[in-house]
Design a protein around this ligand. Structure first.
Ligand code: ASP
Ligand code: MG
Length: 406
């Protein structure tokens, strides 16, 4: 007998028919003799709808009331799934965040879980009952409903698995696992059997949107074994585990991309101490995240070009800040380019093997693709290239690192 947590996201509970088939999935685990706790998110599209309503009713709404509104999507799913389970003869009941309770801080709209009291849930699990928890929500120190931020039901699921000491946390979604690259672009992409937490975190922050990155951090911290799998079939998905649990680690395990990038270049910036601080300081104050940065050494010792990237949505606000400071910063021109893509090669094997970055540069060069900006982390190399080359670059790199399915 194992204790497992199963989480079902938006598309897997999109309508009544799917909720009924989710109930079958849960029942089969129960029938196999396991203790099962379920976490659900809102039916597909419901949360977006609720968020829109909040925006329509008031431009500057009260974040506490926003949480009251957007948390309701999960309440609906939890009740419906509990009913579907009961209909199949499985003892089940729904649980809202405050009933457990899932205690969070009071940062409404993006609260953090502080304490997850599973005493009552465990008692019921031991009696063969299936708790169906409404994900994404908790109760704040102000005794009001909180939500964990968009996509936050993954966090609820991992936090529950950690608190219950569950053997596994299965995340059911519309993809059947983690792939070496986006299968819609790279036809030869392969499904990975296993991937490390660290690689998964890099993938989440570099463009692959399968798991909420806070849920991966939490799983890594508590050693929760995650499985990403499909609710439409019963084939095993991809396990997200500790590096030590993978015997044969691949050099490179994935190639991701993000189109959500915009490039800004400031030309002829005075080359003197403090200039970077005076540019990036005001951007940070405006909550604008800067990602990749390149600055050249000036030839004449007086002025240099500075290039960096921001998220597309931050382009306009960033320009406002920079234009307002032209006099102070002393640059000659401000150029922007939203038609760029960031392509990243990810793999923990990079730590112990040289030449991974070189392979990337060489492959792109052979295809005549110009690299505009480069950045690296311990287990990833990213380049910024023109958006029109996205497909070409992904496919060429996928082959070069021998990731192609045979
Ligand atoms: N329903 C919430 C959202 O759409 C939480 C989730 O799906 O994980 O953001
Ligand atoms: Mg999600």
């Amino acid at each position: 007998m194992a204790r497992i947590v199963q989480k079902f996201g938006g598309t897997s509970v999109a309508d009544i028919g799917r909720i009924k088939s989710v109930a079958e999935h849960v029942k089969s685990e129960v029938d196999a003799g396991n203790q099962v706790a379920v976490v659900v998110s809102a039916m597909a599209g419901v949360t977006n709808h609720l968020v829109d309503w909040a925006g329509e009713i008031a431009n500057l709404y009260d974040a506490r009331e926003y949480d009251v509104v957007v948390a309701t999507g999960e309440q609906i799913t939890s009740g419906l799934l509990a009913m579907a389970l009961q209909d199949l003869g499985v003892t089940a009941r729904s649980w809202l965040g405050w009933q457990v309770p899932v205690n969070t801080d009071s940062t409404h709209g993006r609260a953090r879980i502080e304490r997850f009291d599973t005493t009552e849930l465990e008692r019921r699990l031991d009696n063969g009952e299936v708790p169906v928890l409404a994900g994404f929500q908790g109760v704040g120190t102000d005794n009001r409903i909180t939500t964990l931020g968009r996509g936050g039901s993954d966090i609820s699921a991992v936090a529950l698995a950690a608190a219950l000491g569950a053997e596994r946390c299965d995340i059911f979604t519309d993809v059947d696992g983690i792939y070496t690259s986006d299968p819609r672009i790279v036809a030869k992409a392969r499904k990975l059997d296993k991937i490390t937490y660290e690689e998964m975190l890099e993938m989440a922050s570099l463009g692959a949107r399968v798991l909420h990155s806070r849920s991966i951090e939490l799983a890594m911290k508590h050693g929760v074994c995650l499985q990403v799998r499909s609710c439409f079939d019963s084939v095993p998905g991809t396990l997200v585990v500790d590096g030590d649990d993978i015997v044969e680690q691949e050099l490179v395990s994935g190639i991701t991309y993000s189109r959500d990038e915009a490039k800004i270049t400031l030309t002829r910036v005075p080359d003197r101490p403090g200039v970077a601080a005076s540019i990036f300081g005001p951007l940070a104050e405006g909550s604008i995240n800067v990602d990749m940065i390149v600055q050249n050494v000036s030839e004449d010792g007086r002025a240099t070009d500075l290039t960096f990237t921001v998220a597309q949505a931050d382009l306009e606000p960033a320009l406002k800040v920079l234009e307002g400071k032209q006099g102070e910063l002393g640059y000659a021109a401000l150029n922007t380019d939203p038609n760029v893509v960031k392509v990243s090669v990810i793999g923990v094997g990079m730590r112990s093997h040289a030449g991974v970055a070189q392979m990337m540069f060489k492959t792109l060069a052979e295809k005549g693709i110009n690299i505009q900006v480069i950045s690296t982390s311990e287990i990833a190399v990213s380049v910024l290239i023109a958006e029109e080359y996205t497909e070409l670059a992904l496919r060429a790199l996928h082959s070069a690192y021998q990731l192609d399915a045979v």
